[in-house]
Design a binder for this molecule. Structure first.
Ligand code: B3K
Ligand code: ZN
Length: 881
């Protein structure tokens, strides 16, 4: 907690560490109230160090220091300097062994960083800077060491004791205690350290690597969750095989362990050989988890597993390089999900996420490059920009190189940098060295923040048979970066003829006629014109196929062209995008003028798509989903909160009414065929289109649709269908809604992940009394500020997914959020700071709302003591441009 203004850390100030640590021996005497940690470090001066005064400054926070010894000689208090963040030893030898003994208090650790208690177990979270809350250390990623960890604890209370690497010793001790010793042969940075102690059960399996080594796989959970691990185990094995086939990466230890914990600040953590997971990303049974949950588990399990190479074997030199491991690993998990599921649907989901979160981040006061230049609190930079835009930047390189050269480049990266802590620059250099391409301009994607806007214009000259496409790029200013230089942007383009087929794309000067389809052009200048020749009639351009770059497109399509693309484009992504643009345009027109009519052509196109029995149903469900209120808000210079809600709800009602018969037919035609729940792309698609049909029908419900909804709620054998029906009943309200909520709660009150859903449904309801309901739920016996999942499901969902109620003009939503942030900050700054992000883009709203949000931001900043996390976000939000 800070009274003084916290200072920023800058990338330009990076210095190599003055000391290196070769070996670490840790001994834990575990007790939730009082744990003792003894650490023996083998230290030596770093020959590559460039400056320093020769003293050794170790990071350490909230530690009670008991002993310091150098080479076996105890130091007295006058021989070291202790402050709340460090332990400094002056005059140390060039090579020595350092012993420290500290006490820590896991049960009081509500920040969930370092060693803490979750339910009855003890667990750790060290990334980014949590290890310094466990022991004094050089807690920075470029210090890589080999660890041996000894855990001692009460055997009845903590029968399972885990740490990184391989188990090398186990024994019973006196007084009912026992000991386990783990050794990790791979050097690692401290942020990858982990330990677990608890009364856990495991499901076990075995994986044989491509080179024939057997790896034991174990997923540890609390005993009552043992029946919810199968999907996670299947996902893990798929991910291991995929990484061998696609990237040539094999697992390297004898055992790979996953532990599910219920109190966790984010999704999961890739600690070497011992991944610790938020239980939301492990536990699933068809009756407790939705398709979205199954999907999330598959991709997060893969993501953490993939980090073993992209993050662990090769790690980041400093935290400015975070996207080196996160951007690349997200790209890898996206590709995995695309390969094992439906590629088209995956791309749409990823772009939806990028546009909703990353574009919004780029347009706000926390905008930063994929490789940030500075931070006050690194935990604030685990962002959509570092993760999702970082993945797009890797994807662009993969596409520019093509599959073979990209594979050679990643092989080179793994070979050249194994065991090192490196930078995004090292990554790009491997791309260049393996392919011979010059990516010097491309590097700006790492350094410049902001979303480039591409304005394109097409013009057809019938006499010459030429279509000219001119492209101009402009990137708006972001904090600290008033002017941007042009990016190197890959553009994947197609041209459709009158019959809807792709035309051959022949550029002026091409020596041979290319095949019809997609052509990737490269834009490097601020402005460029491409001339396509040999065209008999005006083509309809299909621009940015598959979303080749994280940019916004401005092109003056007529509605007719969009309908044509929606029906014919060979690129599934662009069919979806054309539909979204059309809907967005219509909705924004309805926001401006509630009397703006809706053309029959819109309903006709909607019906045509809905009844397309051949199509991929999951893709159809995406095509037929209106853009969210938040996304529509992002398209307006001044957000009209109520107008957006009214227009969107009105259009949904109109669809439900006009297409009632078709929606009912689709609902019935997509009923399950009695084989029980299976998680396959086909079945997920079937459920998605069916529940979407029910959603539209329920926007102006009659007895028949209400009956269907009730029936689905009561009879559904899977959480996807039950949840869809519950949400519709709850939003419908009345006794019916209340009863459904009550019945759901009674049935599931012992499954905490399902209770989260129950909170979330109420928090996201557009009903007028949503805030009152959320306020009431704060005093529900199951609500706790100490459980991040619970906080996210009530406070997070209300402020992020309920635009119309959170941004109510009376400021009630803002006050509510600020109160929660002030309560949470002393307990868990990371979660408090995340919540705050939904109030920082106040400039987009009308003056009344602006003033209300600013008042709350100031109230937060005025708080007596504030974490660095919340301070950074609130102060940047109020900074004048
Ligand atoms: N690397 C972790 C995130 C750690 C967040 C620390 N505040 C999970 C992941 O991206 O895989
Ligand atoms: Zn990650």
């Amino acid at each position: 907690m800070y009274r003084d203004t916290p200072h920023a850390i800058h990338l330009k100030d990076y210095q190599p560490p003055e000391f290196l640590i070769d070996r670490v021996e840790l001994h834990f005497d575990l007790d939730p109230d009082r744990t003792s940690v003894e650490s023996r470090l083998e230290l030596r001066r770093n020959p590559a160090a460039t400056r320093g005064d020769g003293s050794l400054r170790l990071h350490g926070e909230q530690l009670e220091l008991e002993t310091v010894e150098i080479d076996g000689n105890p130091l007295t208090g006058s021989e070291y300097v202790l402050d709340p963040e460090s332990l400094t030893l002056h005059r140390v030898p060039d090579r020595f062994s350092l012993l420290t003994r500290v006490r820590i208090h896991p049960s009081l650790n509500t920040a969930l960083e370092g060693l803490y208690q979750s339910g009855d177990m003890l667990c750790t979270q060290c990334e980014a800077e949590g290890f310094r809350r466990i022991t004094y250390f050089l807690d920075r990623p470029d210090v890589m060491a080999r660890y041996t960890t000894t855990l001692v604890a009460d055997r009845a209370r903590f029968p399972v004791l885990l740490s990184n690497g391989n188990l090398i010793e186990e024994c019973r001790l006196e007084d009912g205690r026992h000991l386990a010793r783990w050794e990790d042969p791979f050097p690692k940075p401290s942020y990858l350290f982990a330990l677990i102690a608890g009364d856990l059960r495991a499901i076990e399996d075995r994986f044989t690597t491509a080179s024939g080594r057997a790896v034991d796989l174990k997923i540890f959970v609390e005993p009552h969750n043992l029946d919810k691990c199968d999907h996670a185990m299947r996902s893990l094995k798929k991910a291991m095989r995929w990484d061998e086939e696609r990237f040539g990466r094999e697992y390297d230890l004898d055992v790979f362990m996953i532990v599910a914990v219920s109190h966790f600040n984010m999704g999961a953590m890739e600690n070497k050989g011992l991944n610790v997971f938020n239980d939301k990303y492990v536990l699933a049974r068809p009756d407790t988890a939705t398709d979205a949950d199954f999907d999330g588990i598959e991709s997060v399990i893969a993501h953490e597993y993939f980090h073993n190479w992209t993050g662990n074997r090769i790690t980041c030199r400093d935290w400015f390089q975070l996207s080196l491991k996160e951007g690349f690993t997200v790209y890898r998990d996206q590709e995995f999900s695309a390969d094992v599921g439906s590629r088209g649907v995956k791309r749409i989901a990823d772009v939806r996420l990028l546009r909703a979160h990353q574009f919004a981040e780029d347009a706000g006061p926390m905008a930063h490059p994929v490789r940030p230049d500075s931070y006050i609190e690194i935990n604030n930079f685990y962002t959509a920009t570092v993760y999702q835009k970082g993945a797009e930047v890797v994807r662009m390189q993969a596409n520019l190189l093509g599959p073979d050269a990209f594979r050679q480049a990643t092989d080179l990266y793994f070979e050249r940098h194994d065991g090192q802590a490196v930078t995004t620059e090292d990554f790009v250099r491997c791309m260049e060295d393996a392919s011979g391409r010059d990516l010097s301009q491309f590097r700006r994607w790492y350094a410049q923040a902001g979303t480039p806007e591409l304005t394109m214009q097409g013009d057809y000259d019938p006499a010459a048979g030429v279509y000219r496409l001119s492209v101009r790029q402009f990137t708006p200013p972001t904090p600290g970066q008033p002017e941007k230089r042009p990016f190197h942007v890959p553009l994947a383009i197609g041209l459709l003829g009158d019959d809807g087929e792709d035309l051959p794309l022949r550029l002026e000067g091409d020596s041979q006629a290319p095949a019809a389809g997609t052509r990737v052009l490269e834009l490097k200048a601020e402005e460029e014109t491409f001339r396509f020749v040999g065209l008999d009639s005006r083509p309809v351009p299909s621009l940015l196929r598959g979303f080749p770059a994280p940019v916004k497109l401005r092109f003056d399509y007529g509605d007719r062209d969009l309908l044509f693309l929606m029906a014919h484009d060979s690129d599934g992504f662009n069919r979806w995008d054309a539909a979204q643009t059309l809907m967005q345009r219509l909705l924004l027109a309805l926001v401006r003028d509630p009397d703006h009519g809706v053309l029959d052509a819109f309903f006709d196109a909607f019906r045509e798509a809905l009844l397309d029995a051949e199509g991929d149903r999951a893709l159809l469900a995406e095509v037929l989903t209106l853009p969210s209120e938040g996304y529509l808000a992002d398209q307006m210079d001044l957000v009209d909160v109520d107008g957006i809600h009214r227009a969107r709800a009105g259009l949904e009602r109109a669809i439900g009414g006009r297409l009632r018969a078709d929606l009912l037919a689709v609902y019935r035609a997509n009923a399950a065929e009695g084989c029980g729940y299976v998680f396959t792309p086909e079945e997920v698609g079937r459920r998605a289109i069916r529940n979407l049909a029910l959603h539209y029908l329920m926007q102006s419900p009659d007895d028949e649709t209400l009956g269907l909804c009730r029936e689905q709620f009561a009879a559904g054998d899977n959480m996807t269908d039950v949840m869809a029906a519950l949400r519709l009943l709850a939003d419908h309200g009345g006794a019916e809604g209340a009863e459904a909520l009550e019945c759901f709660y009674r049935r599931w009150s012992r499954e905490s992940l399902v209770v989260d859903k129950w909170f979330a449904v109420q928090a996201s309801s557009p009903r007028e009394d949503a805030l009152e309901q959320v306020q009431r739920l704060l005093s529900h016996p199951d609500f706790s500020l100490r459980n991040p999942n619970r906080v996210r499901s009530l406070v997070g969902v209300f402020s992020v997914a309920n635009q119309v109620r959170f941004h109510a003009a009376d400021g009630g939503g803002y006050r509510f959020l600020a109160d929660r942030i002030l309560e949470l900050d002393p307990l868990n700054p990371q979660i408090a700071s995340r919540l705050l992000k939904s109030m920082i883009r106040w400039r987009r709203f009308d003056r009344t709302r602006q003033a209300l949000m600013c008042d709350e931001l100031r109230r937060i900043l005025d708080a007596e003591e504030l974490s660095k996390d919340v301070y950074e976000v609130a102060s940047k939000a109020l900074e004048s441009d």
